[in-house]
Design a protein around this ligand. Sequence first.
Ligand code: SAM
Length: 332
Amino acid sequence: MSATNALPTLIDPFGRRIDYLRVSITDRCDLRCTYCLPKGFKGYEEPAHWLRPPELLRLLGLFVRSGVAKVRLTGGEPLLRGGLTGLVRGIAALPGLRDLSLSSNGTQLARLAAELRDAGLQRLNISLDTLDRRCFARITGRDALDSVLSGLQAAQAVGFNPIKLNMVVQPGVNLDEVESVLAFAMTHGHVLRLIEPMPMGSTGQAVAAPDLSALGQRLAQQHGLLPCVMGQGSGPARYWAGPDGRASLGVITPMSQHFCAACNRVRLGVDGTLYLCLGQNDRVPLGPMLRAGASDAELLQALHAGIAAKPERHVFQEQPQHVMRFMAQTGG
Ligand code: SAM
């Protein structure tokens, strides 16, 4: 479906067209990954501040009419948000939206995969840092690997294909498990994406980032994989595919080789705060404005002013303590 009542598109001062929005629909999570959320974390926002589905749909409608064609739901753990299926159905029906995806830790997927698929969710990314039960518990604080693997199986069974597995690689923790997770991904037809940890909040800042470019190349060579483009390109990952052309390995290297020049995205926090860059603090309070009674014209004006101030790039390397928000607050 094409966008009705199309509005001026979102192009930043560096000529980057913003057509991708990541939306955090909860800042809560049932895991406590060491590099993501601090121990004892209860949430950043009062749930009363969280945008309700009709408010979210109103904001997303404005984004989509402004040329945003891809939306990813994230968090926190989005599967913990009540009413998720109805929300997915509402977003999937926005005229002009081409791609609706979701990032999950997988613990609740066995229960929800079928209804999410039925509601119009098109693609799934699932976090999987290890296949070792003890290591999983050490990283996430919970012995929940089995539920994640059942969730993954259920998602594949209802037709999510391919599923991208996101593995945050930490030296001394799970670096030596990359091979086994890749073998698992290749056997099951998933795409494994290795991710360099980013210094977001005190948790992310406590982790050393390995350079994954060289590791990706070595693994690709070892498995006879060749560089390829996945989907419509322009994402942050660099991919390799097997002889059938299907991608099976990717690396996301925000630290060793950033990809800001091709950035096409912004993020909406659970309270409707628009974050213009993962690695900067610039933001626009769209949600609070909406709650205070702003008109669509006023929201659009604030949105365009924000895009006009989108930072050129993150400064994770130069200023590792610049961003004190945790990943789950921005919507990873
Ligand atoms: N709970 C969902 C999930 O597990 O995908 C969505 C939210 S989670 C914040 C999104 C992704 O961000 C996960 O793959 C997680 O591993 C990653 N992540 C969290 N903190 C990170 C950090 N400091 N650096 C890099 N990736 C991080």
